[in-house]
Structure formats: structure tokens, C-alpha cells
Design a protein around this ligand. Structure first.
Ligand code: B12
Ligand code: SF4
Length: 470
């Protein structure tokens, strides 16, 4: 007899194994883990006679849980753990589907470790997968392609209630029109920008209870005038609908070109922009085809940071180490730049030739990839390892200097100094608090800092009592 109710288990797979001496990988701090939207979307696509449970490994280590069907979402660096989890279920005759970046890039590899590998976006295939499950006819590979975001699936946010996410996740677009050689986004999410209707975003925003919301879009501002107009419409509608939240988002540096757009963004509640600065050296920027940064880099990004700060917007600047133009001295310079510059928070990681990117293809052609025992070696592609042979000097010196600064830059003292500067530069407690929240997971020593925790509690109190508005 057919069952009346089924159980679907969806897992956001995070591999936090420590692998080498060089390992500096920090799992996301549970308070800054963002809701995994993919799982909310799959839950929404699942028929009502299914109970859906999620496990987010940023919070909970996976323990075997009974289910009728299991869906795993994984990046490349976590895929070995996804294979281990999948094996456990398949041994118990429970079918497993794996989707996400890695399955999209390596369907043949992934399909050997599960029942169904999903290439692309769940919206197009999940209802069919459920049908095939009922008919015991699951295919080994599903080619889903890109979803039509003009008819978006509203993620089921009730499944996130299991965890206390401090930051809710939203998405307006998918894809990125730029071509940075180290980045997988144009390959994986597409080179054009696909948009959800602004009205859907507003509807979703009205239902979110968290104060902090991150737009997970790869690049919320895009490149062209038409892109800018869509983003401006989003800002305007947030204001018109009187939505009072603190927003964080990822943007390219051209957001700072237009002061009116910055003003509008801040009025809508966008208090922090995460920008791929990558390096302060012009020649390195040119080597990775990040042309959009060239002008701003010429004056060490000073003007850009100043414009944003003047409008009370904080900057999280992402830095990368190990470009072909980089020497050990360049890494010293990069770290000094981070310490001195007015940027509010930062990330500092190893250049990682993500699979199928132009950078990976180039290094493979030059026979310089050293972590290539796949699938095992995908675990090294977590931005904490050198997976290729550096061009200048040797890997040992490069790893040593990067690790040295990883520790030196991530101290409570540095964090306090940056926060103090944020307050001074932006004159806004609200903006400074957002910078604090976003970067918490980046600072392992933070837990030791009682003064910072005291400040956060005080700020939360002031915000809740309505004393902080700007
Ligand atoms: C937001 C984001 C983050 C957030 C975390 C979000 C979260 N809660 O997981 C933050 C900023 C913390 C982050 C961190 C990192 N990230 Co990140 N991140 C993203 C980003 C921009 C969006 C992901 C997202 O939410 N998409 C929205 C949802 C709806 O789409 P989706 O997840 O792709 O899911 C769809 C399909 O893939 C599919 N699908 C997914 N899973 C499943 C499962 C099943 C069963 C099925 C059927 C379908 C399916 O259907 C979904 C709906 O359409 C992507 C870029 C991108 N364009 O995807 C990078 C990306 C995933 N990140 C990446 C990386 C490398 C990292 C870091 C290592 C970076 C770093 N320097 O430290 C860390 C690792 C953190 C960790 N511990 O895992 C890479 C991964 C590359 C790879 N080959 O694996 C990406 C692709 C960016 C890039 N540069 O290429 N990231
Ligand atoms: S601008 Fe950002 S998301 Fe777009 S290709 Fe470059 S690094 Fe990737």
C-alpha cells in the first residue's frame, strides 16, 4: 500500500575537517551563517504530503536521521563529505540526490556517488524528480539548466526556523556580467543577470522577521545602465513600502560611481557593501581581468571608500593572495594596506583556482595544479590552501607569509581598531553594528573579547528601544 506521508531530508553540507598543517579554514560562525536558500526553494517545490526537515551543517553536525528521500547541497570543497553522507543512506536503501555548484560542474563524478545528480537549478526538475521517486524511476542525471526567475519560487522559510539565523537571505538576481578569471559565478550561474520581479521581493521582505538581511546576489549592481535601473527600482520600492531592515549585499566597485545610487541604497537600509577589491596592486588587477577596479585602485581605493563612508555605508573588502604577479613582499604590502586603509572589514584568502574557471584552465595548461587527485583533492579548494605552484618564489614561503598574516590580521585588537575607525568614518552606530555582525565569523578570537560582546549587547538594546535610527 502506498504511504500517505513521506519525509524529505535536505542537508547543507559543510566539511570542516582539518586537513594539513596549512589548514586555516574557519567554519562559519553559527550566528553569521546565512539561510541556505536552495533548501528553502526545494522545500517549496515539494508536495504537501511530504514533511521536510533541513540540516545546516554550519549549526549541526549531520547525524543519521530517518528519511524516505535525501537531498544534499554541496560546493566543491565539501563534496567529499556529501559523498560520505550519501553512501550511508544508499547502504540503507534510501535514495539520495545531490545538487549545487559541484554537481552542476561535474555531473559524471557526482552521479557515481548518489542516485541522482542535478545539473543546474532545482526549480526546473524537482517536481519531476518527486514523480520519478514515486515511480521508482529516478534518473542518474537531471539536466535542469537555469530557472526562469521572472516566475520565481518563493522559498519556504518555515524550514529555517529550526536554527537561529541572525541574518536572513534574499535573492534578487542570479549571474554576473563580469569575467574575473578566478571566479566560477559566470560559468555556474550565467553571464547575464536574471531578475526576480521587485514585487515578489517586497512580498518576501514583509514576511522576514530578522533585522539583518543579506542579498546573496553575486553582484547586486551589475554592469550596465539597464542593470542599475533595476537595482534602483528595488531600492525605491523598499523605501516606498516602508521596509525597515538592515541590508548587506555583494556588489562590484562601480556601485560607488554614482553618489545618488549610494544615497538611495542607504536610505533603503543598505548599510554594508561586500566588494571584491582582491588586491591593491594595479598589475595584479590587470592580470586577473578585473578591469572594473582599475580606476579606483589608482588612488588605493581611497576615494571609493570615502564616498561610501560619507553616505554611512561600510565596506567589506575581499582580498586574495597568490596572483602570478605576487611575490612574498607583495603579501606584506597587502596586509599593511589592509591595516592602514579605511576599509571596515575584510577577507584575506589564498587565490583558489576554482574548477572550470579560466584560472584553473590556465594553470592546468601550465602544469601547475598540484592538488589534482580528484575527487579527494576538492577538499583543498576552500580558499585556505595553495593548490597550485606559485609563479614567483616557492610555495613554502608563500604559505608561510599568508598564514602569518591570517593570524596577525584576525585578532580582537585589529577588529576593535577597525570598528572604532568605522564609527569615526561613517558616524553611524547602525552601520558599525552591521560591519560587526557581518565579520563575526571571520574573527576566531572574538569570543575572547568581552568588551566587544558588551558593545553588541548595548547596541542591540538601543536598537530595540528605537534609540538608534541612522
Ligand atoms: C551566498 C554565498 C555564500 C555565503 C554562504 C551562503 C550559505 N548559506 O551557504 C557566504 C558569503 C558565507 C559564502 C562563503 C563561501 N563561499 Co560562497 N557563495 C555564495 C553565492 C554568492 C550564492 C549561493 C546561494 O545562496 N545561491 C542561491 C541559491 C538559490 O542557489 P544555489 O545554492 O546555487 O541552489 C540552486 C542550484 O544550485 C540547485 N541546488 C543546490 N543544491 C541543491 C540540492 C538538490 C538536492 C537539488 C535538487 C538542487 C540543488 O537548485 C538551487 C535552486 O535553484 C555563491 C555563488 C553562486 N552564484 O551560487 C557562492 C559560492 C557557492 N561560494 C563559493 C565559495 C568558494 C565560498 C567560500 C569558500 C569563499 C571563501 N572565500 O571563504 C566560502 C565557504 C563557506 C562555507 N563554509 O561553505 C563558490 C563555490 C565554488 C565551488 N566550485 O564550489 C561559489 C559558487 C562562488 C564562486 N566564486 O564561484 N558563500
Ligand atoms: S565581479 Fe565578483 S561575482 Fe562577478 S565575476 Fe568578478 S568575482 Fe565573480
Amino acid at each position: 500500500m502506498e504511504k500517505l506521508r513521506y519525509k524529505l531530508l535536505l542537508i547543507n553540507v559543510i566539511d570542516t575537517r582539518v586537513i594539513d598543517d596549512g589548514e586555516m579554514f574557519i567554519p562559519l560562525h553559527r550566528l553569521t551563517s546565512f539561510q541556505p536558500l536552495s533548501l528553502g526553494i526545494i522545500a517549496a517545490l515539494t508536495p504537501k504530503n511530504w514533511d521536510v526537515e533541513i540540516i545546516d551543517e554550519n549549526f549541526d553536525k549531520f547525524k543519521y536521521t530517518e528519511a524516505d528521500f535525501v537531498g544534499l547541497s554541496s560546493t566543491s570543497m565539501c563534496i567529499n563529505r556529501a559523498y560520505d553522507i550519501s553512501k550511508e543512506y544508499i547502504e540503507n536503501n534510501i535514495p539520495v540526490a545531490i545538487g549545487g555548484v559541484h554537481a552542476t560542474l561535474f555531473k559524471e563524478e557526482v552521479s557515481q556517488h548518489c542516485i541522482s545528480a542535478i545539473v543546474g537549478e532545482a526549480e526546473n526538475v524537482w517536481p519531476q524528480i518527486i514523480e520519478d521517486y514515486y515511480n521508482n524511476n529516478l534518473k542518474s542525471i537531471y539536466e535542469a539548466g537555469f530557472a526562469d526567475l521572472s516566475k520565481p519560487v518563493k522559498p519556504r522559510r518555515d524550514v529555517f526556523e529550526k536554527y537561529d539565523y541572525e541574518i536572513a537571505t534574499m535573492e534578487f538576481t542570479r549571474g554576473c556580467p563580469f569575467n574575473c578569471s578566478f571566479c566560477g559565478v559566470p560559468i555556474y550561474s550565467g553571464h547575464g543577470l536574471r531578475y526576480k520581479p521587485v514585487s515578489t521581493i517586497i512580498e518576501e521582505l514583509k514576511e522576514i522577521k530578522q533585522n539583518y538581511i543579506i542579498f546573496k546576489d553575486d553582484n547586486l549592481i551589475g554592469r550596465s545602465k539597464a542593470h542599475k535601473e533595476r537595482t534602483v527600482e528595488l531600492f525605491e520600492q523598499i523605501i516606498a513600502n516602508n521596509i525597515k531592515k538592515d541590508f548587506l549585499c555583494f556588489v562590484s566597485i562601480n556601485i560607488a560611481d554614482d553618489i545618488d545610487v549610494i544615497k538611495l541604497a542607504r536610505k533603503a537600509g543598505f548599510v554594508l557593501f561586500f566588494i571584491g577589491i582582491e588586491t591593491e596592486k594595479l598589475k595584479a588587477i590587470q592580470s586577473i581581468h578585473k578591469n572594473i577596479n582599475e580606476n579606483s585602485a589608482k588612488n588605493a581605493y581611497k576615494e571609493t571608500f570615502k564616498r561610501l563612508h560619507k553616505e554611512k555605508v561600510a565596506v567589506t573588502a575581499a582580498f586574495i593572495c597568490g596572483f602570478d604577479t605576487d611575490t612574498v613582499d607583495d603579501i606584506h604590502d597587502r596586509a599593511k594596506f589592509i591595516m592602514k586603509s579605511s576599509l571596515d572589514t575584510f577577507t584575506f584568502t589564498f587565490l583558489t583556482p576554482l574548477p572550470k574557471t579560466p584560472l584553473h584552465i590556465q594553470l592546468e595548461e601550465e602544469n601547475r595544479i598540484i592538488k589534482n587527485n580528484y575527487p579527494h583533492d576538492w577538499i583543498y579548494y576552500n580558499f585556505c590552501h595553495l593548490t597550485y605552484k606559485v609563479k614567483n618564489g616557492n610555495n613554502k614561503d608563500m604559505v608561510e607569509v599568508i598564514n602569518y598574516y591570517l593570524i596577525k590580521l584576525h585578532t580582537a585588537k585589529m577588529f576593535r581598531k577597525k570598528l572604532f575607525k568605522s564609527l569615526l568614518n561613517t558616524g553611524s552606530l547602525r552601520t558599525t553594528a552591521a560591519a560587526y555582525v557581518f565579520n563575526k565569523h571571520n574573527h576566531v578570537f572574538l569570543k575572547e573579547s568581552k568588551s566587544l560582546l558588551f558593545l553588541q549587547k548595548t547596541y542591540d538594546f538601543l536598537r530595540k528601544s528605537g534609540l538608534i535610527k541612522q
